[in-house]
Design a binder for this molecule. Structure first.
Ligand SMILES: [Zn+2]
Ligand SMILES: [Zn+2]
Length: 262
């Protein structure tokens, strides 16, 4: 992973134009982490199809025991003011944006996502910090700005044009729909919750409509392209809780599950 981070860093430093280093729509229908010689752990043929959608240049995805592991530096696959002035992927703040003082820095994430998610007896609150991971490796955060359920409203002014921003240690994250992933199709799979259930853009793949039957934590159940037999899943919404309002499923414990970073 270190080598990969280094490679990404070098790639970014040698100043390729943004179109060659950043491609939002390179979810490439199966070439990524496909389990057939991609970077997904050297040929993991059992990877569930949803996990083959992770963007190969930003993630390594493979099965380990009862988990799918997503290794990633957690950096966005798009421009942002938060790369810092002078960086290849820097872009000026959008109108009205109040840029926070933090700069994007590469992490060393390992997300352990249950291979076979199970519905828990009770819905658990999500913690602060990463609660899931997007297809580009950028973590999802919850609907709060800080401890004691501080409302996110105090932070949204610092979101870049793709609805992300970094926190104090440079960890870039999305509290809202990751617009760079959903720009072309807002019904797509956008990532996974740490409880193993998938997260989709704001519309249903089944009918193209905005769902009207979401539960309190933004979830419901139906078939999707990746889950032809149906699955519980979350949707991005423009109102609270925005992405994952709580864990419907069981997040793994200390022996596996959750996530790690340095
Ligand atoms: Zn935040
Ligand atoms: Zn749905």
């Amino acid at each position: 992973m270190k080598n990969k981070i280094l490679a990404i860093t070098i790639l970014l430093l040698i100043g390729c134009d943004s179109s060659s280093t950043i491609n939002p729509y390179d979810t490439d229908g199966g070439n990524d982490n496909s389990g057939s010689g991609g970077s997904g752990g050297g040929g993991d043929t059992n990877l569930p199809v949803g996990f083959t959608k992770f963007i190969d240049t930003h993630t390594d995805v493979y099965i380990s025991g009862n988990y799918v592991v997503v290794e990633t530096a957690g950096i966005p696959n798009h421009n942002s003011p938060y790369w810092g002035a002078g960086h290849t992927n820097y872009e000026a703040p959008h109108s009205g944006m109040s840029v926070n003082p933090n700069i994007i820095s590469a992490q060393n994430f390992k997300f352990y996502i249950p291979l076979n998610p199970t519905v828990a007896n009770t819905v658990a609150s999500t913690p602060l910090g990463a609660i899931g991971v997007s297809l580009s490796g950028v973590p999802f955060y919850n609907q709060y700005a800080g401890p004691n359920n501080q409302p996110l409203a105090q932070e949204t002014g610092s979101f870049d044009v793709y609805y992300g921003h970094p926190q104090q240690t440079g960890q870039y994250h999305y509290h809202w729909e990751p617009l760079y992933l959903t720009f072309a199709d807002n019904s797509i799979l956008i990532g996974y919750s740490l409880d193993g259930f998938p997260v989709y853009g704001p519309t249903n793949q089944t009918d193209g409509n905005y769902p009207t039957d979401l539960d309190d934590i933004n979830g419901h159940t139906h078939i999707t392209n990746e889950y032809p037999n149906g699955t519980y899943h979350y949707h991005a919404t423009s109102t609270v809780p925005y992405l994952i309002g709580g864990y419907k499923g069981t997040v793994g414990a200390a022996s596996g599950g959750g996530y790690f970073t340095n």
